[in-house]
Design a protein around this ligand. Sequence first.
Ligand SMILES: C[S@@+](CC[C@H](N)C(=O)[O-])C[C@H]1O[C@@H](n2cnc3c(N)ncnc32)[C@H](O)[C@@H]1O
Length: 243
Amino acid sequence: MIDQRQHVVDIVLGGRELQLQVSDTVFQPTLTTRLLAQAVRIPTRSAVLDLGCGVGALAIFAALLGAEYVDAVDVMPEARQLVQDNAKRNGVADRVTATTGDIYSSIGDKKYDVIISDVSGVVDEVSRLSPWYPDSIPTGGYDGADQIVKMLEHAPAHLNPGGVLYYPTGTISSTSRTLAAAQLAFGDNIEIVEQIEVPFCQEFKDNMDVMTRLQSEGLIEFTTRRSRHLWTLQIYRCWLSTN
Ligand SMILES: C[S@@+](CC[C@H](N)C(=O)[O-])C[C@H]1O[C@@H](n2cnc3c(N)ncnc32)[C@H](O)[C@@H]1O
């Protein structure tokens, strides 16, 4: 039987064409996915973890770039089958394994050369306004940082020496709290590798009272130029020393 909530889309990530089955109930690739794909470097024959994988776009991308194997994890049970189907559809089923779990719970004590982590990082109130944020997906909590902080705290334990973590943050969450967690986990081995300004979507513009209040409460930050409101999306790279 055809699931009416699912359909197939073609996307280009870092110059690679991917065909992905998506669903209304699982997070679909966005601008953040594209920016992450632009930022990540995948060494040949590396072990990669895609944490918060959604339908598996970045896991498949990493496998296409030459990763030896990729574990793809998402807390949404529906994501697992989509990732497996999508890996098959893109010819990398032998290198991508999907599991369901909260942060690192489904991978035991495994270590990776690269972790790409895009777990939810948006202030609760904002995510519920966002057209790209399905209601079924856990949010980042009151200040948007809860999931990212959990992910950062335990990231070093899941990286090989010299291993690298890539993760996005946006100023529609508490970037100061996530940066503090990154510094605690990685010391000075942190840099911003991509940064862009993103115009407000219509839903944000329609709820300027909410957005302005959240800014005055210090939970989000945006700039206003003429009639345009922009938030900032950044990709962070954190790494472990080689010894
Ligand atoms: C912003 S989406 C990114 C999806 C995917 N990486 C992409 O680019 O299309 C965040 C994903 O993280 C998942 N997620 C949120 N909290 C999580 C957690 N605690 N553990 C694992 N996955 C989580 C959500 O279900 C969602 O699929």
